[in-house]
Design a protein around this ligand. Structure first.
Ligand code: PLP
Length: 508
């Protein structure tokens, strides 16, 4: 989105060297140009500017798929002009989405009879899926409260403080209080016992995460289910669970099929998963599955018929592309259970290669778990010389790697971690290469002088007030010494770190 800010003079127009063959004048940046330009010029200008974006496949910050087979790329391009919502005109595409919903529901052990079809919908991603699932819980809770003649104006939802930003969005946009279970040092996911303690009569559901964004760890949904069953029995409430399996939904069924986190647990009423993460499709597809029809209030479903026959819809947007759904269907039938298991196995093994490589340096503490989403989250053991994870992240960019560093949420905020997500296209060779490059970065940082403030605890950085203007001492301008230059660099870094810290949820 665009938030308004003032722009500088250099923002006003763009110049393109290559395209000067076609356009002699520079193009205005923020106003639509008066005249048309040749298509070759438009292509060249945009293509050149996009070269400055990072390379998606080296973007280790994201779970989102960056590689698919050329056959699937072709299917995507062939359906790029199909609006998904025209279900009557494109009945086959609708049928493919229904097949995907059913395949995923079975993968999550939905209790479906022989001839029963699953309840679920394709979305733009897990965020939309979560909005829909949250709305269903809110509406069900309201209906129940109304039926009991009780007030229903103060709904809340219980989650861990490690939830992804979309839960905060849900809470704010749909006016539900977000009650977060605090994290603590060395425990970065929701504690089921504490979560159940926070549940009250106004709780619409508890949201558990299968694959915490921060360190990939699976929350203990089984324990949550059992504790909540007990509490419901005592209180007479009917609090149930949503599982945010955005990243883990396509991992656990293949790597740990015996792990009970899904509809095998009676209180799990809905699950979301991102098709564009380990579902192995490019950005733009997610899924939400409900346990049964009773868990999705009928009044949330719209029936449209002006495009032809009656079509039920429960989505936030009306129009959207079809390609991602077709691509998801491709992956499901192309890979099958065997193929997904192989891909996930590989990702897991590569994560272990990377983890062991990092451990061998002796410099890092690993904060991710072996049986979770294939990622490695790690922090420095020793930061006494003042060079931290943000500097490692920034220096790695020089080698082409995009590895994010971030601080943990409230109550574990003093912990900074680096996170490398292992996707299908991240090979073992790349894992080994990355360890080598991280080692080089460590050597580089070791060669730098220690930062003057290095003895202060990391929390001391919070106020961001560091050595003021070095040029002015006692009112006179003095020449900078090497040490002062170093201090200036430090100040720059601190500001940089502060900016990063305040920039919550840069990761996705
Ligand atoms: C990525 C993620 C989301 C958001 O999903 P999108 O598909 O990007 O909208 C929500 N929850 C968790 C745990 C995630 O990892």
């Amino acid at each position: 989105m665009v938030l308004s800010k003032n722009f500088s003079q250099s923002d006003v127009s763009m110049h393109s060297t290559f395209a000067s063959r076609y356009v002699r004048e520079s193009l205005p940046r923020y106003k639509m140009p008066e005249k048309s330009i040749p298509k070759e010029a438009a292509f060249q200008i945009i293509n050149d500017e996009l070269m400055l974006d990072g390379k998606p496949r080296l973007n280790l910050a994201s779970f989102v798929t960056t590689w698919m087979e050329p056959e699937c790329d072709k299917l995507i391009m062939d359906s790029i002009n199909k609006n998904y919502v025209d279900m009557d005109e494109y009945p086959v595409t609708t049928e493919l989405q229904n097949r995907c919903v059913n395949m995923i529901a079975h993968l999550f052990n939905a209790p479906l009879g022989e001839s029963e079809v699953a309840v679920g919908v394709g979305t733009v991603g897990s965020s939309e899926a979560i909005m829909l699932a949250g709305l269903a819980f809110k509406r069900k809770w309201q209906n129940r409260r109304k039926a009991e003649g009780k007030p229903c104006d103060k709904p809340n939802i219980v989650t861990g403080a490690n939830v992804q930003v979309c839960w905060e969005k849900f809470a704010r946009y749909f006016e539900v209080e977000l009650k977060e279970v605090k994290l603590s040092e060395n425990y970065y996911v929701m504690d089921p016992a504490k979560a159940v303690e926070m549940v009250d009569e106004n709780t619409i559901c508890v949201a558990a995460i299968l694959g915490s964004t921060l360190n990939g760890e699976f929350e203990d949904v089984k324990l949550l289910n059992d504790l909540l069953l007990e509490k419901n029995k005592i209180t007479g409430w009917d609090t149930s669970i949503h599982v945010d399996a955005a990243s883990g939904g396509f991992i656990a069924p293949f790597l740990w099929p015996e792990l009970e986190w899904d509809f095998r647990l009676p209180l799990v009423k809905s699950i979301n998963v991102s098709g564009h993460k380990y579902g192995l499709v490019y950005a733009g597809v997610g899924w939400v599955i409900w346990r049964s029809k009773e868990d999705l209030p009928e009044e949330l479903i719209f029936h449209i018929n002006y495009l032809g026959t009656d079509q039920p819809t429960f989505t936030l947007n009306f129009s959207k592309g079809s390609s991602q759904i077709i691509a998801q269907y491709y992956q499901l039938i192309r890979l099958g259970y065997e193929g997904y298991r192989n891909v996930m196995d590989n990702c897991h093994e590569n994560a272990m290669v990377l983890k062991e490589g990092l451990e061998k340096t002796g410099r890092f503490k690993i904060v991710s778990k072996d049986n979770g989403v294939p990622l490695v989250a790690f922090s420095l053991k020793d930061k006494s010389r003042g060079h931290g994870e943000f500097e490692i992240s920034e220096t790695l960019r020089r080698f082409g790697w995009i590895v994010p560093a971030y601080t943990m949420p409230a109550d574990a905020k003093h912990i900074t971690v680096l996170r490398v997500v292992i996707r299908e296209d991240f090979s073992r060779t790349l894992a080994e290469r990355l360890v080598l490059d991280i080692t080089k970065v460590l050597h580089e940082l070791d060669a730098l002088p220690a930062k003057p403030s290095s003895k202060k605890p990391v929390n001391g950085e919070e106020n961001g007030k560091i050595s003021g203007s070095l040029e002015e001492k006692n009112g006179t301008v003095v020449k900078k010494t090497a040490m002062e230059t170093q201090r200036e660099i430090t100040a720059y870094w601190k500001n940089f770190v502060m900016a990063k810290k305040s920039d919550k949820n840069k990761i996705c």
